[in-house]
Write a protein that binds this ligand. Structure first.
Ligand SMILES: Nc1ncnc2c1ncn2[C@@H]1O[C@H](COP(=O)(O)OP(=O)(O)OP(=O)(O)O)[C@@H](O)[C@H]1O
Ligand SMILES: [Mg+2]
Length: 239
């Protein structure tokens, strides 16, 4: 279970400094190349769970393994390599305000040291996938909330990472755009990418037949069977 893109939680508890228990002994395995919804009410622990995968936070107890490696005990100098292998769509998009859309999306290809032509190709291709290539020169403040969200999605997809974590990626989007974004995630999964999408939107979850992990007040209360979301995309997504 240590394939590229596999994620494993072993009795993971996350307690914040104020005593708040955001995750309580959570265990699950996501195989490389799975598509999984993470759901639960506001405050259930979804964002916290994602943050442990790319080591924005450390578990209080238990272990988080990515590709079979314990991310909590990674030496600090290895953390950037972990993060480069994970495309994250943040709940609050987190675009760099002083950089253009193109620069935001091309950031990772640039730090990966790719040629300028290749950086441009990857960034423009990712922007085209979310329908925003015409806005490449705009700054985030010049975009609507939904457009900013799509730029954040393009940034996560740009270098085709083995893992994509998306936190309420369609929260600001209308149903048609949401459908298109989920299609991009399913296509990534068909290329072998592990995709974990946090959402409390039951419509999004109903729209695709995928495995569902449900958190309730920090506890994993449901883990539905694995299913293949590609069949729904090919046959037209239910709405
Ligand atoms: N830095 C922090 N310090 C203290 N408590 C925190 C911190 N971050 C999150 N929490 C608490 O942990 C719990 C889980 O928060 P989390 O953000 O993971 O929920 P969520 O499921 O993502 O919610 P939402 O659907 O509203 O985004 C909440 O009770 C929250 O108040
Ligand atoms: Mg959240």
């Amino acid at each position: 279970m240590s394939g590229r893109g596999a994620i494993q939680f072993l009795r993971v508890t996350k307690r914040f400094a104020g005593g708040q228990v955001a995750l309580d002994e959570v265990s699950f395995v996501v195989e490389a190349g799975e598509f999984v919804f993470l759901t639960g009410d506001s405050g259930a622990g979804k964002t916290t769970l994602l943050s442990l995968i790319y080591r924005a936070a450390l578990p209080t107890s238990g272990s988080v393994l990515v590709n079979g490696r314990n991310v909590g005990s990674l030496p600090p100098k290895k953390v950037p390599y972990l993060r480069r292998s994970i495309g994250v769509v943040f709940q609050d998009s987190r675009l760099i305000r002083r950089k253009t859309v193109f620069e935001n999306v091309g950031y990772l290809p640039r730090i990966l040291g790719l040629s300028a032509a290749r950086q441009r190709e990857l960034a423009m291709n990712a922007l085209a996938q979310v329908g925003l290539e015409a806005r490449a020169g705009a700054f985030p403040a010049q975009l609507s909330g939904g457009e900013q969200q799509r730029v954040a999605i393009a940034r996560a997809l740009a270098n085709d990472p083995p893992i994509i974590l998306a936190d309420e990626p369609t929260g600001n989007l209308d149903p048609e755009l949401s459908r298109q974004i989920f299609k991009l995630f399913v296509e990534a999964r068909q290329r072998g990418t592990t995709v974990l999408v946090a959402t409390h939107d039951p419509n999004a979850i109903r729209s695709l037949p995928a495995r569902v992990l449900r958190l309730k007040a920090g506890q994993l209360t449901e883990d539905s069977a694995r299913r293949d979301p590609a069949s729904a995309i090919e046959g037209g997504v239910r709405s």
